[in-house]
Ligand binder design. Structure first.
Ligand code: XMP
Length: 518
């Protein structure tokens, strides 16, 4: 147990490799039912052990006709657990239970008109009063013959069986994607399946998430003590606030101020946690040590390594005094757990973050966010009274401004960059774009160019503005910011930030670029 909420009812989403599985799981939770993603090779015995309230089969890129395409353990269909197949999942139901799936000459992609053809539908009840509606399709194969005991209740131009149903077997299938926003009544259909047909109670809400997390943490920690490293980001902040709600002053947070944070960030962390939340906080001002170590370091990888090493040393020294603490709080989220492919491994997040701690630290882990998606984490944070600035904070690299200063990092350069960066972020905020844009920040380049200000010739550094849109940071596109906004940023940076005489906008997507410059 790692201090996570354990709801009594779970819906299992079987992931057939579509990008939609996480979206389905999130939609189910938005309908106040707890969901978890499981791999397609889950056995009927494992399913029985988990006793899910319902099962949803996701879509997937494979064709059911291809050898080696993922299948469901056929015994699962006989367990009597309400089951909904989506797209590939629906075709699999048809194929595995004795119906037929045809290979279409043409696929159906995007908006399609769905017509309900059978008034006896139980899935379509209350979903849409009109006989037809717009649904979102993305498929090539299509069910042509339903298995015995099933009936077809809706069709589209290229899907004679767009919906198949068996009330008796409690199995339903839809060719379209009810989880995407473009499908009219998609949420209502999922709700109909979950709440009415499967009888799931809508009990997964903020109150129950916080309540059951707190109970789980209390029982895991017992009379023990815990420490938590705060990075300034939303995940560690919410994890700390939850654990504090559970064990109060037996939690101590450590905030390492690397001197490489954005303007005002350290003050805000201290203010929020110490003053408002009343959490015991060790605030280590370690900027000098980082700058000492970074003297003369220009290679990006070496820089990251140097920052990481100093961070670990400082954190260990700060937490070393807390000899009676036996738990370490980590802000691991559910998507990290899904990606690492296991639900059980208790591994300290080791990605390239300076917050990544070595695994020889002798702590047991508390990971209260292990079951939560980012949007749920934000809601929990707001509910626990964290300010919007923290709850909606954009991702920030562990090595901080160190990887946004090209070349050697010095306190003077950090001060220049902090100033320019605060202008970029303020202007984005004022333009109302902060939540649309994945990250927006300034980079200080290690070159100089000639300019003229007043009657004076200048020879100074440029600031590069980077603003990207993205869903997950794996790929990103440069944000099409309005010219007027870019102009305001440029004017303010040149006029207000000393030592800068030029502003450029980075119009590189990822790939081929990365979001950060180093
Ligand atoms: P790149 O530059 O690789 O960044 O496109 C992808 C995302 O990761 C963030 N990033 C980091 N996050 N520790 C972190 O926690 C790091 O060392 C680190 N480096 C990059 C980056 O801001 C972007 O969101």
């Amino acid at each position: 147990m790692t201090g996570v909420a354990a709801p009594t009812q779970v819906v299992l989403v079987v992931d057939f490799g579509a990008q939609y599985a996480q979206l389905i799981a999130r939609r189910v939770r938005e309908l106040n039912v707890y969901s978890e993603i499981v791999p397609p090779d889950i056995s009927a015995a494992e399913v029985e052990l988990r006793r899910p309230a319902a099962i949803i089969l996701s879509g997937g890129p494979a064709s059911v006709h291809v050898e080696g395409a993922p299948r469901l353990d056929p015994a699962i269909y006989g367990l009597g657990i309400p089951l909904l197949g989506i797209c590939y999942g629906s075709q699999l139901i048809a194929q595995q239970l004795g119906g037929e799936v045809g290979r279409n000459a043409r696929g159906e992609y995007g908006r399609t008109t769905l017509t309900w053809t059978d008034a006896s539908t139980s899935l379509g009840v209350g979903v849409d009063s009109a006989p037809s509606s717009i649904v979102w399709m993305s498929h090539f194969d299509a069910v042509t013959v339903v298995p015995d005991g099933f009936r077809a209740t809706a069709s589209t131009a290229n899907s004679p069986v767009a919906v198949l149903e068996s009330d008796q077997r409690r199995i339903w299938g839809v060719q379209f994607h009810p989880e995407v926003v473009h499908t009219d009544g998609g949420t209502a259909l999922l709700g109909r399946f979950l709440h009415e047909l499967a009888g799931c109670e809508p009990t997964w809400n903020m109150e129950s998430i916080i309540g059951s997390s707190v109970d789980a943490i209390v029982s895991q920690v017992g009379p023990g003590r815990a420490i938590c490293g705060l990075s300034g980001g939303v995940d560690s902040a919410v994890a700390a606030a939850l654990v504090h709600r559970a064990i109060g002053h037996r939690l101590t947070c450590v905030y390492v101020d690397t001197g490489l944070m954005r303007r005002g960030e350290s003050e805000q962390v201290v203010d929020t946690f110490q003053r408002h939340q009343g959490i015991e906080l060790i605030h280590v001002r370690a900027g000098d040590r980082f700058f000492d170590r970074l003297r003369g370091v220009v290679d990006p990888e070496e820089k990251r390594k140097a920052i990481g090493e100093v961070f670990i040393r400082v954190f260990e020294e700060a937490s070393g005094g807390l000899t009676d603490a036996d738990f370490l709080v980590q802000g691991t989220l559910y998507p990290d757990v899904i990606e690492s492919g296991t639900n059980t491994a208790a591994k300290i997040k080791s990605h390239h973050n300076v917050g990544g701690l070595p695994d020889d630290l002798q702590f047991k882990l508390i990971e209260p966010l292990r079951n939560l998606f980012k949007d749920e984490v934000r809601k929990v944070g707001s509910e626990l009274g964290l300010p919007d600035e923290i709850v909606w904070r954009q991702p920030f690299p562990g090595p901080g401004l160190g990887v946004r200063i090209i070349g050697e990092v010095t306190p003077e350069k950090v001060a220049v960059l902090q100033h320019a960066d605060s202008i970029v972020r303020d202007e984005i905020e004022d333009a109302g774009l902060a939540r649309e844009i994945w990250q927006a920040f300034a980079v200080l380049a290690d070159i100089k160019s000639v300019g003229v200000m007043g009657d004076e010739r200048t020879y100074a550094h440029p600031i590069i503005i980077r603003a990207v849109t993205s869903d997950d940071a794996m790929t990103a596109d440069w944000a099409r910011l309005p010219y007027e906004l870019l102009e305001r940023m440029s004017n303010r940076i040149i006029n207000e930030v000393e030592g800068i005489n030029r502003v450029a906008y980075d119009i590189t997507s990822k790939p081929p670029g990365t979001i950060e410059w180093e």
